[in-house]
Design a protein around this ligand. Structure first.
Ligand SMILES: [Fe+2]
Length: 232
């Protein structure tokens, strides 16, 4: 008796062919930006993230031009694959920042609530195979097969066979040179870097708006920023 599955989450990834060529210069650029920040807002065990340290506009920084171009190219492919008519939308990188995860540091569960599409690029990944280098984990908050809500929660815990029909998360170990693209609203986290090595990545938030020339604004699309008026 078959069981069919529906409503898949679309996670895109591409291993960028020129990654090795840009690895060192990108790492140096990220470390330089970190060194320029004087006030740390980090808690112990938390990876250093540029978005909470005012380093969130690397998309405008010339040192990151190559990866910005790659993000734009692959986000267009991703959107086409999920059925978006690119002639009707404009795309913006809203913010982009670096993440430095050192030994025993992690990124807690979150979503990118101000954006529509998010991307992450792994500049440098620990090679020590004895420990987890910090894995990207997407959580299955929709739980479409959880027939009794809460059935799989740790308090109830009566789902005794973990399988593909009830999985609670999907794990993506970091791969150096890999670009990963996903819906920004999908809750995710990065597990603890269990190695002694530095893990360096970049995060991008992308917003979709209506195009300038659309006759009126599509109901569920943000009008183009050029048509907004800031309060006087
Ligand atoms: Fe994130």
């Amino acid at each position: 008796m078959p069981i069919e599955t529906w409503f898949p989450l679309a996670i895109y990834y591409e291993d960028l062919p020129d990654a090795e060529k840009h690895r060192q210069s990108l790492t140096e650029a990220v470390l330089k930006l970190e060194s320029e920040v004087t006030e740390s807002r980090n808690h112990p065990g938390m990876a250093w993230t540029g978005d909470i340290h005012g380093v969130n506009q690397i998309h405008t920084h010339p040192d990151f031009a190559w990866i910005v171009e790659q993000v734009e190219r692959h986000v267009l492919i991703y959107l086409q694959d999920i059925g978006v008519d690119l002639s009707k939308v404009d795309l913006y990188i809203q913010r982009a920042w670096s993440i430095l995860s050192r030994t025993e540091e992690e990124v807690g569960a979150h979503s990118h609530n101000t954006a529509h599409i998010s991307a992450v690029y792994y500049i440098q990944v620990p090679t020590d195979e004895m420990g987890d280098p910090g894995t990207l984990v997407f959580f299955n908050d929709a739980r479409v097969n959880e027939v009794c809500p809460g059935l799989g929660s740790e308090n109830t815990d009566i789902v005794d066979a973990d399988n593909y029909l009830n999985q609670l998360y999907a794990a993506y170990p970091p791969i150096e040179g890999r670009l990963v693209i996903f819906p920004a609203k999908q809750r995710h986290a990065v597990t603890m870097n269990e190695t002694e090595e530095l893990r360096v990545s970049l995060s991008f938030d992308i917003v979709i708006t209506a195009i300038e020339t659309s006759a009126g604004t599509y109901e569920f699309l943000t009008p183009p920023p050029s048509q907004w008026k800031r309060f006087g």
